[in-house]
Design a protein around this ligand. Structure first.
Ligand SMILES: Nc1ncnc2c1ncn2[C@@H]1O[C@H](COP(=O)(O)OP(=O)(O)OP(=O)(O)O)[C@@H](O)[C@H]1O
Ligand SMILES: [Mg+2]
Length: 241
């Protein structure tokens, strides 16, 4: 049957994400040229004396900051757009948790935040994209740390355990005793670009969900004001060894 006239051809989400990823990638080169030329221009104005030169240097600094911000937005977006390409290998989820906790611990401690781990030592190897799964754990720990940073103390607990839900093998939980989320925030927290933070890009949890789902897993969050936040990730056990 012929396609009806004026019918827009729908792009599959995957094709759309590839297109947007390609565009973001193309924007990076002109942005870096822009940044380089701004720096050169700044050098020239720095050699000049007078109020006009000082004003120009300040304007160029503002432009450079904005170029940097655009670059960050593109980097975040590219990280998000590329989440479909996962590279699965046999890996230990516990090892990834320990690596990420070691990385974030010093900064958390300096904020008065304790991170405790309770890891299931009997845990089977899973099929994971190590880099992306580390990014998932890191995003969740950063969210928990940021939630606790308001009152400069608190506890984050990371747990791995067997999961009895049908079709899943392992549960990873990241729990914080921070302020928790309102029902509105909880309803929107996975939306791309939703953020309640100043300067937050709102890509963290969207990326978490995408990566977990591309591993055949599931994410659920329990949170309410005054009762902290519990993020639960279910991951499948490999079907064969
Ligand atoms: N552990 C938590 N405690 C309280 N609120 C949280 C927690 N984790 C996420 N949120 C809420 O969910 C929102 C979305 O989180 P998400 O990680 O997607 O974005 P972000 O942290 O705001 O920005 P980004 O991660 O991109 O820097 C947060 O802005 C915050 O309101
Ligand atoms: Mg975040």
């Amino acid at each position: 049957m012929a396609t009806p006239p004026n019918q827009p051809s729908a792009l599959e989400p995957e094709a759309l994400s590839r297109l947007a990823g390609g565009l973001a990638h193309e924007l990076k080169n002109p942005l870096s040229t822009l940044s380089l030329h701004l720096a050169l221009l700044r050098e020239e104005w720095l050699d000049e004396a007078g109020a006009k030169a000082r004003r120009s240097v300040r304007t160029l600094d503002t432009l450079q900051t904005e170029v940097g911000r655009l670059n960050e937005i593109l980097e975040d977006f590219l990280r998000f757009a590329r989440t479909d390409e996962i590279d699965l290998e046999k890996a230990s989820l516990n090892d990834l948790v320990e690596e990420v906790v070691r990385f974030i611990q010093p900064e958390a401690q300096s904020q008065g935040v304790q991170i405790e781990t309770f890891l299931d030592l009997e845990q089977p190897f899973l099929l994971l994209d190590r880099g992306r799964m580390k990014q998932v754990i890191l995003n969740l720990l950063i969210n928990a740390r940021q939630a606790l940073s308001i009152r400069k103390s608190g506890r984050i607990t990371v747990i791995t355990r067997p999961d009895s839900a049908a079709g899943y093998g392992v549960m990873l939980e990241i729990v914080d005793d921070g302020p928790g989320m309102t029902a509105d925030t909880l309803a929107q927290c996975f939306d791309i670009y939703y953020s309640s933070k100043k300067g937050g890009s709102g890509l963290g949890l969207a990326l978490v969900r995408r990566v977990v789902e591309s591993h055949g897993g599931q994410v659920e969050i329990q949170s309410s004001p005054g009762h902290g936040t519990r993020v639960m990730i279910r991951l499948p056990r490999p079907t064969s060894d």
